[in-house]
Structures are given as structure tokens and as C-alpha cells.
Write a protein that binds this ligand. Sequence first.
Ligand code: SF4
Length: 139
Amino acid sequence: MNHVAGYITRKTMLYKTGVEYGDYTMNHVLGCAHGCKYPCYSFMMKKRFGQVSSYEEWKQPYLVSNTLSLLDKEIPALKSKIKSVMLCFATDPFMYGYDEIAQMSLKSIHKLNVSGIKCNVLSKGILPTELGKFSPNNE
Ligand code: SF4
């Protein structure tokens, strides 16, 4: 089991994506341990805007520690507009070997689901079996 490199905080969590097949999205981790080399568009953007300095740093993920409190604040304000939330476009919610990230992803999905919001999960990791108990609308 791996540990995250550290913790960061963000001011917002849910945002509307410009991608045609997406609605809202959230990225509660900075970096991605998969470190794909195609290259990764998210890595290139984070490097360009100075949030990550190197590929090695990108592979050491930082968890957004205030993810759940941001969701508590943002879900009531946005839920009438949200059709679905994608986890994630700029990281992986279930990157292999990072239980702390997986737990935060599960808690986030649960919070969204109990508010009637469907989640779409995009991952190259291993999906936890707990997801099977969540909303059947999730994809
Ligand atoms: S899994 Fe996605 S976010 Fe992670 S490094 Fe690969 S392309 Fe980038």
C-alpha cells in the first residue's frame, strides 16, 4: 500500500466540464501514480500552469484534504443543474495501491449519490467491490 505525498486544499471542487461527453467533474487529487507516457494531457496542463514541476512529481499524488467539506457546500447549490459527475478527468480516483485516495473517492461518490446525483468513474486502477452497493445509475 502506498501513501500520498501530502495534502493540499482547494477552494472549489465541482465544475462544469467543456468536454462534450461530460457534465460536471471533480478532481480531488493532484498528480497520478499511473504516470502514463502518451503523454498525459493532465500532466502537461499542470506542468504548463506551474502546479507540478516534473513528471516524477506528477507520479506522487497529493490528496485534496477538504474534498468532502467542499462537496457539502457545493452539492446543495448545484444539484438541480447537475446531470452527472465524472471522477476524474485530471487524475485517477482509484489509482492502484492508494487506499486513502480510494476511500475519499468512495465517500465522495456516496455523498453525490445520496443527493440523487449519478457518478461516472473513469479509472485505470481496480474498482473497489463496495461500488457495487452504490447507486445502480453510476457508470
Ligand atoms: S491515468 Fe489518466 S490522469 Fe493518470 S497519468 Fe494516465 S492519462 Fe494521466
